[in-house]
Design a protein around this ligand. Structure first.
Ligand SMILES: [Zn+2]
Length: 293
């Protein structure tokens, strides 16, 4: 699994593979494509394009071309299999770029029929750039908005190891690193993101959606702390010692497992409750019985 070894170094890779329709019969096409891509992405060419043709060379593994370009911001390589109408474009950049528009550009240039792509670091596993972890003496560790973040934004992702435990109190790493339960006996740590550093609030502004996506419930203003309610994904024997310190107007006084929440709170936050808790409830009431026949 990918883990971000250098969070302070910005770099982004985009790998696109595609089946294309355009006719490529000269090195000129490759050279033009690389130059136009550089212009489109506003990159600074410092060397290249370097193009070579495999066709006619000794022991070619396939017919086609390869091209490379060095940018001040890093570089791009492309490999083209002309006998299979297949190409790959590998981009490495230390400057942010919009993957979607780059993919559209490649699709247009090659008249792409079918494509797949991958980004590294995986955007799913990265915190939204608008959030940051703060550690203050008064408030401890928390996650805050550096700027306005709209409702329904995925701000982080729980992406760590999965642990099995009969009881939540037996998850050994729980106390140190925190984990999100996603089943009554399965827990997941978040090592590469801030997903498990959000504090609890009885009036949260985020929740854990579709098991692992930390998502905003409403618009969040610059400087505001991001919080979720542990009660909306915990339903085990885990206990928080002492009173809840969330400070919200409707604080329940302690952090409760979901089953102990007052009904009106369960109702209010039903759409934000972890899928696994709802599923357990449905199973208890035999409402899913017919589906498993
Ligand atoms: Zn509270």
């Amino acid at each position: 699994m990918h883990s971000n070894l250098a969070k302070n170094i910005f770099r982004k890779r985009l790998i696109v593979e595609a089946k294309y329709k355009t006719s490529i019969d000269s090195e000129e096409f490759v050279s033009n494509f690389l130059n136009k891509l550089s212009e489109f992405m506003d990159m600074t060419i410092i060397a290249g394009p370097f193009i070579s043709s495999a066709t006619g060379k000794s022991v070619p593994l396939h017919d086609g071309y390869e091209g490379a370009l060095v940018w001040a911001e890093s570089g791009v390589n492309t490999y083209i299999w002309t006998n299979s109408n297949f190409c790959t474009v590998d981009i490495y950049s230390c400057k942010e770029f919009d993957s979607k528009s780059v993919i559209e550009f490649i699709k247009k240039e090659f008249q792409v029929e079918d494509f797949s792509y991958q980004e590294l670091p995986d955007p799913l596993h990265q915190d939204d750039m608008r959030i940051e972890v703060q550690n203050s003496k008064e408030k401890g560790v928390g996650v805050y908005a550096k700027e306005f973040i709209p409702k329904d934004t995925i701000v982080s992702y729980v992406d760590g190891q999965i642990h099995f435990a009969e009881k939540e109190s037996e998850v050994s790493l729980y106390a140190e690193n925190h984990a999100i339960p996603f089943h009554k006996k399965l827990y997941r740590n978040g090592f590469n993101s801030s997903s498990v550093l959000l504090n609890h609030s009885c009036e949260p502004n985020c929740y854990v959606k579709d098991l692992f996506f930390v998502t905003t419930m409403r618009d969040i203003q610059e400087g505001e702390e991001l919080t979720y309610s542990y009660s909306l994904f915990c339903n085990s024997d885990w206990k928080h010692d002492g009173p809840c310190l969330c400070g919200s107007e409707n604080c329940l006084g302690e952090i409760l497992p979901w089953r102990k929440l007052p009904d009106e709170i369960k109702k209010k936050y039903l759409a934000y409750t972890a899928d696994w808790i709802l599923l357990e409830e449905l199973k208890k009431k035999n409402k899913l019985e017919s589906l498993f026949d």
